[in-house]
Design a protein around this ligand. Structure first.
Ligand SMILES: Cc1cc2nc3c(=O)[nH]c(=O)nc-3n(C[C@H](O)[C@H](O)[C@H](O)COP(=O)(O)O)c2cc1C
Length: 197
């Protein structure tokens, strides 16, 4: 698929065909894309647990709603939840993180999930990355040791009613692209008006 089309097609899917589980071969193809993602000093600080056991999916989904309201309640409609574990990084990336005062592990985590989601969309699958969850409870459910952190979770499945493209709410290019120097706008909030979606 043309990359530009793929980027437009990928979106966060929050309604799934409950009884239509993706084949493991397709899921593994998505993980292959994640495996190929770049990472600081090629440290690849990630492992991925594919949760596709129906009962376990429900238990994990229950722990994705830690905040008020209905946030992530859609997770229980997904046939698969991918749980990304942040593994020990290599010494170079760990020194790099300290020197630059930024945690490369979590940057790498987001990148690999982005790759996974794009591959999924190309295969006709829907995804939604989740950053809100009860980490300790999910760690217990999946035997993840205390010494490890969970990076992100991602639901995976077929979008209810079929794969559709939806309008993207995004900043306008002129509000986010600068040549040669950054320009602080007087009305910073204007950047979040999402005009002309
Ligand atoms: C790091 C990260 C954490 C996110 N966490 C959640 C989440 O917990 N629940 C949710 O419904 N969406 C979550 N999202 C999805 C974003 O809301 C979504 O990507 C954004 O609104 C843009 O919409 P789109 O993905 O459909 O283009 C997360 C996305 C990222 C990258």
């Amino acid at each position: 698929m043309d990359f530009e089309l793929l980027v437009k097609l990928r979106k966060s899917v929050r309604k799934y065909e409950v009884d239509k589980k993706p084949d493991r071969a397709l899921i593994e193809k998505c993980l292959e894309a994640a495996r190929m993602a770049p990472s600081a000093c090629n440290s690849q600080p990630w492992s991925f647990i594919i949760v596709d056991d129906e009962e376990l999916v429900q238990l994990v989904a229950k722990e994705c709603t830690p905040l008020v309201g209905k946030i992530n309640s859609f997770a229980k409609t997904a046939p698969v939840i991918i749980v990304q574990v942040i593994d020990k990084t290599n010494i170079q990336a760990s020194i790099g993180s300290k020197m630059t005062d930024r945690d490369f592990n979590y940057i790498d985590s987001g990148l690999s999930m982005g790759y996974l989601c794009l591959q999924a969309a190309e295969l006709g699958l829907g995804t939604c990355i989740m950053g809100y969850f009860h980490e300790d409870k999910i760690k217990k459910l999946l035997d993840i040791p205390k010494s490890r952190r969970i990076g992100l979770l991602c639901t995976l499945g077929y979008e209810k009613g079929g794969q559709t493209e939806s309008a993207k709410k995004r900043k306008q290019p002129e509000d986010m692209i600068f040549y040669n120097r950054y320009m602080l706008r007087e009305d910073e909030n204007k950047r979040f008006d999402f005009q002309g979606e």
